[in-house]
Ligand binder design. Sequence first.
Ligand code: CO
Length: 250
Amino acid sequence: MMRRIHHVGIVVTRLRDAYRFYRDTLGLPLLKEAVIADQGVRAALLACGDTELELLEPLDATSGAARFLAKRGEGLHHLCFDTPDVTAALAALEAKHVALIDRVPRPGLAGQIAFLHPKACCGVLVELATPADESAAKASPVRLKRLVIGARDVKETSEVFRALFGFPEVMMNGGLRTMLAVGRGALLIAPSDEVGGIEGMVALSLLAEDFPGLMAAFDRAGTKCLRGTAEVTLGPAASHGVHLHISRYE
Ligand code: CO
């Protein structure tokens, strides 16, 4: 059983630079920062509603995060689901012959964690985590609404996520897209043709409690964005490789 999106992992060149946008401008509270030696990264978790964003700075050239950075640049790297018992979840997935990177959990920044092989989830690198402490979500000015995933075959990708993790489908009015609910958030699966040919994670949609306040923060920081009256879009250059769509919380 997956309770929520625990975090979305973003590879960045330097944590210090990424803090300027994610912590100082967007206003996400920094929860923890640590070196995770076996992943070859310095990682940080920032609160984003009942979800978190994990920023990963590669510390050596051989880590998975470093290879990702060299090949793709900064951007969305992995997706982590919160499960009450990661060991049991891995056993259940292994029984279904799902390709795993970790067959037993190991300590990570989010608690006891394990990675599935990207081929298990149609190109999305999925992590499972059982947090050490069930502390209440920390208040943040912005929260995650949904994660957009590009798929060569929307139906097939949705079925994979439903079969592996049991996420219910949210009714949508037609079209080629599918939405799966995960806790208070959602995965929006769209044809890769509609999202620049990308297969895998494409963009994050966030909700801002104080939209005018956030716009003022963007002004102060000189953040480049495309503004509407109730929504704003940030290109990868403004947000460390991540397409961000932020709308007014209703
Ligand atoms: Co992670």
